[in-house]
Design a protein around this ligand. Structure first.
Ligand code: SAM
Length: 250
């Protein structure tokens, strides 16, 4: 029996344990991803930033760096997440106390680039970020955003190939035509443990990621990052691109 998204213990997801496992001590591969995000979005907006850009991070969980990478470009930034403990974690991060110091190391990499340098990220994060509980698989293109990220979600929420492809499609359907996006995937993940609980994954490689994204993209670059984070997967895949014409999507 394959574990479907609805079968996993999302209500027991522990964001503090997850941060300890993944982000408390920044990994080289995450810092590399942050550099690639920073430089890609800077290139996308090199000709100027349009008025009122709205951004979204889908399945934001306990990771602020995708949202931080969108900070200079956005007037509003929405973090969508399904697991209640993660929703509460994100609401604390966006509260007036400011986000946790653990995220400063990631901002240090972002602020090496011009667009980020003069921003005061903690205040701005508190000002423009909103958090909302939502199921990725229910997003049907009714609401769309101008820039978006989805990190380790479509591949890290179910064992089913159809739910992986649907997750990618739902993410693509929240993007307006031409919207820059970044999506990250664990390569060949067999699932992952957070504290006492086990969460499902669908095994992807570069080809599967490309095949799932290509119908929706006008521009697509895939970085196959051969870094081991823990046993049980073989590295990370980062996809950077732009949404094609929404009408052409199958
Ligand atoms: C491996 S974590 C990734 C979290 C974070 N984006 C990161 O980069 O570390 C998977 C995330 O997907 C969320 N998730 C699982 N099923 C979801 C669904 N149906 N809709 C939205 N988010 C979901 C989980 O709660 C969790 O936050």
């Amino acid at each position: 029996m394959m574990d479907r998204n609805a079968d996993a213990p999302w209500s027991k997801f522990d964001p503090e344990v997850y941060v300890d496992l993944n982000y408390r001590t920044p990994l080289e591969v995450d810092l590399l991803i942050v550099r690639l995000l920073r430089d890609y979005f800077s290139r996308c907006f090199a000709g100027g930033v349009p008025d009122s850009v709205r951004g979204v991070d889908v399945g934001a969980g306990a990771n602020l760096y995708p949202a931080l990478s969108m900070l200079p470009w956005c007037e509003k930034l929405l973090l969508l997440e399904y697991a209640r403990p993660n929703v509460e974690y994100l609401e604390r991060q966006a509260s007036p106390e400011g986000y946790d110091a653990v995220w400063d190391r990631f901002w240090d990499v972002l602020r090496e680039a011009d667009a980020y340098r003069d921003l005061e990220p903690r205040n701005r994060f508190g000002e423009i970020v909103r958090v909302e509980r939502a199921n990725l698989l229910d997003l049907d293109g009714q609401r769309r955003w101008d820039i978006g990220t989805m990190f380790f979600v479509a591949d890290s929420m179910s064992e089913c190939p159809d739910e992986f492809r649907r997750g990618v499609r739902c993410f693509m359907d929240v993007l307006n035509e031409g919207a820059p996006f970044a999506a990250a995937f664990m390569k060949e993940s067999v699932g992952y443990r957070v504290g006492e609980h086990w969460y499902p994954a669908y095994r992807v490689n570069e080809d599967r990621v490309r095949a799932s994204l290509e119908p929706f993209t006008a521009e697509l670059e895939i970085h196959d990052l051969h870094h081991m984070v823990r046993s049980g997967h073989e590295g990370m895949i980062l996809a950077l691109g732009r949404r094609n014409s929404a009408i052409a999507a199958p």
